[in-house]
Design a protein around this ligand. Structure first.
Ligand code: PLP
Length: 454
């Protein structure tokens, strides 16, 4: 290294001096010292690397600017409200189910001190999950229910409480991966249950289960293939047949429904989706499902069924580790209450979006196009349920296509406005699908698009 380089590196300010400087004072006030120090350290390291590549020493103002940009980027990585114009209703990356107005109000109420584990009648300690569990049981039509942090935790708890060191029989066609590291065989191993696979990938018969039942069998587990479809030469065992077999051998049947459609739907996109109601009617001993998929509530896991099977789940040491927090519980109670009042509670955004009338969506698209003027046109689109739910189910929808010669750039500009608009890029156009936009946001969406187009 030349003497010159040494001098240049020595000319870089120390991180300590930099963060004490006048220029960064507003940033320190806004973000606090630790984030500014971290950003300053990164900026100095970057400048050092650039100098070694032959660049000049940055000015103090340039360093301050780099630090400011880093901190702004951090702000944008926080959980932020967005407008979902993707047409994916349960968008996992956008928080799955949006909450109803009641559920949001309940969350705000519970945010302060709240009677979470406190019995207002007796003034003594109450049950955290008792009341919401009772509500879930009433809605599921089961003798008992309890709730935990999410669907995955619900299944882990059931396996740990009822099948530890024992065998659980599952069809090879149902050894699913839900996403990330959640793979059923691994989950079972982590919960301490021994997996007994039966049948083949595409066909599993009742006899396959029957032959596998033995002394060590703790449960028969049926898992809803919620995120993929099998077509062609396939054969499945119905819950009713599994239940009959389970009863013969006194082995409980657990149904992991995942998506959590409560009631059988006789019309619309949900017709083929298995429901809690149908599973319970078929005699499932336990059903397990998520709170933030088709139920339309917060992240949560519901376990409903026989009281003598739920009780060991409640008592298991893991129950504490996977317990629901007060905000989730408040939102879940409001969501379940909406389901209790109506078979199709359109006050839940997911229900409203699933059942939105395409003709009405088209009307909204036309209004929006009129407001936007040149470069916008109404287009038919295809929305989906998403969230790993109901693959292949297409929901006819409508949206607004924005003509542009740089679709990626426009999509980015839309993410840059406040609140950010998440759009779809399709055939070189940016498309805003209105099925996932609440009608109350139409006016905002127009303003935001105008802002993004500049
Ligand atoms: C989604 C899903 C889960 C996991 O539920 P989370 O609430 O996401 O933890 C488990 N099983 C099935 C079948 C699912 O669809």
């Amino acid at each position: 290294m030349t003497v010159d380089r040494h001098a240049q590196l020595a000319a870089l300010p120390q991180v300590d001096a930099l963060v004490r400087g006048e220029g960064l004072r507003p940033l320190v006030a806004r973000h606090g010292l630790p984030p500014v120090v971290a950003a300053a350290r990164a900026a100095v390291a970057e400048a050092r690397a650039a100098i070694l590549e032959g660049d000049a020493v940055p000015t103090a103002a340039q360093l301050d600017e780099a630090i400011r940009e880093t901190l702004e980027g951090r702000d944008r990585r926080r959980v932020a409200r967005v407008i979902n114009a993707t047409g994916v209703i349960l968008h996992t990356n956008l928080g799955r189910a949006p909450l109803s107005a009641d559920a949001r109000a309940a969350v705000a109420d519970a945010a302060g001190y709240a009677a979470v584990e406190y019995d207002l009648e007796t003034g003594s300690r109450g049950s955290r999950t008792g009341p919401v569990g009772d509500l879930a049981a009433e809605i599921c039509g089961t003798p008992d229910a309890t709730v935990v942090n999410n669907g995955a935790a619900a299944l882990v708890l059931v396996l740990a409480a009822l099948a530890s060191d024992r065998e659980v029989i599952v069809s090879r066609g149902e050894l699913v991966e839900i996403g990330g590291s959640y793979r059923l065989p691994d989950v079972m191993a982590a919960a301490g249950a021994r997996l007994v696979e039966v049948g083949t990938t595409n066909r599993t018969r009742l006899d396959d289960y029957r032959r596998a039942i033995g002394e060590e069998t703790a449960l028969l587990l049926k898992v809803h293939r919620s995120n993929f479809r099998m077509v062609g030469f396939t054969e499945d065992t119905s819950i009713a047949d599994l239940v009959a077999l389970g009863r013969e051998h006194a082995v409980p049947v657990v149904h992991d429904l995942g998506t959590g459609l409560l009631k059988r739907a006789d019309d619309g996109p949900l017709t083929d989706e298995p429901s809690v109601e149908a599973s319970v009617a078929s005699g499932s001993d336990l059903v397990v499902f998520s709170g933030d998929k088709l139920l339309g509530g917060p992240q949560a896991g519901i376990i409903a069924g026989r009281a003598d099977l739920i009780e060991p789940c409640r008592r298991h040491p893991l129950a504490r580790a996977v317990r629901i927090d007060k905000l989730q519980r408040a939102a879940l109670e409001a969501t379940l209450a909406a389901h209790a009042r109506s078979a199709r509670p359109l006050e839940l955004p997911t229900e409203a979006m699933l059942h939105a009338d395409p003709a009405r969506l088209e009307e909204r698209a036309r209004w929006m196009v009129d407001e936007l003027g040149d470069g916008a046109r109404p287009v038919p689109t295809v929305a989906v349920v998403g969230g790993g739910s109901m693959p292949g189910t297409e929901l006819p929808s409508h949206g607004v296509a924005l003509a542009t010669d740089d679709a990626g750039g426009l999509a980015r500009a839309l993410r840059d406005v406040d609140p950010p608009v998440i759009a779809r890029v399709q055939d070189g156009e940016v498309v805003l699908d209105l099925r996932t936009v609440p009608p109350s946001q139409d006016g905002d969406l127009v303003d935001l698009v105008l802002l993004a187009r500049g």
